[in-house]
Design a protein around this ligand. Structure first.
Ligand code: HEM
Length: 453
């Protein structure tokens, strides 16, 4: 009876002395065994991996990455922690070696499917498609037609145009309101960029069809990012208590475009908040742009390779504010597998807490300080080979849009910094977080943009 790490003979003794029916006693023992096991209910019948008993509710909160990091530390389970959400078995790695083992293993090449993803037909999209021939074809086709270096460089001119439109939009908003809420401008620019790459169609900022499209995408993201108890407790699935299925059914009737619009915009919003908060870092980046590009022409894609400090700012923001702190989409074990010394049964959902890794002081000095200089001293790849900082994931299901995302973020950041000095409005930027599908700023950044020339 000690498999779960608890000595149940004590309970049996206690119950044998108490005047209750043997059936009730048995029930109490079984329930205690199930609920007090390390890792909770869903792990009750497997060999113990350290983790909290009972149900973990952290995933339904807006700071799941922080709550899981704290739990992993307190259960001394930073390398691997087990937990249960309803009947779903989870593991989470908060350390580079185990993270690498999970992400690189072919056993974890599948994704757990959420009800909202099914209802929005997302199991047909690359991000949620089951591992197999269909998914492999999508990856192959998109690698050639969307994400190849040739396609990324061919779309440079359109990217620059969208960036210039955003600069104009900022100017207009400053003229009208004397301050700018950047989130809307960045989201719309990003959405237009994806629409152009996929359909060759662009929209007007915040008007007509463009506005409607933006609202549809926002609602879709909200539904996909929502923690849905129906995914983990069958009874909730029947009742649809949170209304997720009902809302998805309504939304799926309209056309949908998602991936790649929110992460780029969200990352840029965090970067700009940091620029406003750290004027010294901002002016160092502006001096670098001025030295490389000058003031007589606009920055282009081909300048980015010569702007290492600007690239370090992007890396440091990906470290401090990773858009996918839990790597957005978890992995599902296709078959039984070993992670370190632990046996992981097929059907287990595996997560990597990238936020915990990028804030671990055994790995990063002064992890809570924003210091782009650290990347000028050590060149760390952020594309998935070094798990100390892998904001795009790693292995077979690594983000296929990473090169396109970085090209876009670097260029737009350079354009925004070349055109304006960014200063606080009445209030300083608030760095509070809110984890939805991605890690967003809880209070959107509102600031002032003063023209550079
Ligand atoms: C800063 C921007 C971005 C970040 C931080 C990011 C991050 C991620 C992460 C963490 C994953 C999961 C990787 C894993 O499981 O190992 C992912 C998957 C994915 N990303 Fe990105 N991403 C970004 C931009 C983009 C863009 C621009 C696109 C497309 C236009 C894109 C398309 C995808 C797709 C389709 C997947 C699913 C791949 C699969 O399951 O096979 N992402 N991304």
């Amino acid at each position: 009876m000690s498999t779960s790490g608890l000595d149940f003979s004590f309970f049996l003794l206690l119950l044998s002395k108490t005047p209750i029916s043997p059936l009730l006693a048995l029930l109490v023992v079984v329930l205690s065994f199930v609920f007090l096991s390390p890792g909770g209910l869903a792990w009750a019948f497997y060999r113990a991996i350290p983790g909290p008993p009972g149900f973990v509710r952290a995933l339904s909160g807006t700071a799941a990455h922080r709550a899981l990091a704290k739990l992993s530390r307190s259960f001394q389970a930073v390398d691997l922690m087990a937990f249960s959400v309803g009947f779903t078995r989870f593991i989470v790695a908060s350390q580079p070696d185990t993270a690498k083992e999970i992400l690189a293993s072919p056993a974890f090449a599948d994704r757990p499917i959420k009800e909202s993803a099914y209802e929005l037909l997302f199991h047909r999209a690359m991000g949620f498609a089951p591992f197999g021939e269909y998914w492999r074809n999508l990856r192959r086709i998109s690698a050639t037609h969307m994400f190849s270096p040739r396609r990324i460089s061919a779309s440079g001119e359109y990217r620059r145009l969208v960036g210039s439109n955003m600069v104009r939009e900022v100017q207009d908003l400053m003229g009208k309101d004397g301050e700018v809420e950047l989130k809307k401008v960045l989201h719309f620019g990003s959405l237009n960029n994806v629409m152009m790459s996929v359909f060759g169609k662009s929209f007007d900022f915040g008007k007509g069809e463009g506005l409607e499209l933006e609202e549809l995408v926002s609602e879709g993201y909200e539904l996909l990012g929502m923690f849905n108890w129906s995914d983990h407790l069958p009874l909730f699935g029947l009742l649809d208590l949170q209304g997720v299925r009902r809302r998805c059914k309504k939304l799926v009737a309209k056309e949908m475009i998602f991936r790649g619009t929110d992460t780029v915009a969200i990352l840029l919003e965090w970067i700009m908040a940091r620029m406003v908060l750290h004027p010294d870092i901002q002016s160092k980046a502006q001096a670098e742009i001025a030295a490389v590009v000058g003031s007589s022409r606009l920055v282009t894609d081909s300048d980015i390779a010569n702007l290492p400090y600007l690239q370090s700012i992007v890396k440091e923001t990906l470290r401090v504010h990773p858009p996918g702190p839990l790597l957005s989409w978890a992995r599902l074990a296709i078959h039984n597998v070993q992670v370190g010394d632990h046996f992981i049964p097929a059907g287990t959902t595996a997560m990597v807490n990238m936020w915990a890794i990028t804030h671990d002081e055994c790995i990063w000095s002064e992890p809570n300080e924003f210091k782009p200089e650290r990347f000028m001293l050590e060149d760390i790849s952020i594309l998935g080979s070094d798990l100390r900082l892998a904001p795009f994931g790693s292995g077979r299901r690594v983000c296929p849009g990473k090169a396109m995302a970085l090209a876009t973020v670097h260029l737009w950041l350079a354009q925004l910094l070349q055109s304006f000095k960014w200063v606080p409005s009445e209030k300083e930027p608030d760095l509070s977080e809110c984890l939805k599908m991605s890690l967003e700023m809880k209070n959107p950044l509102v600031c002032r943009a003063v023209p550079m020339y």
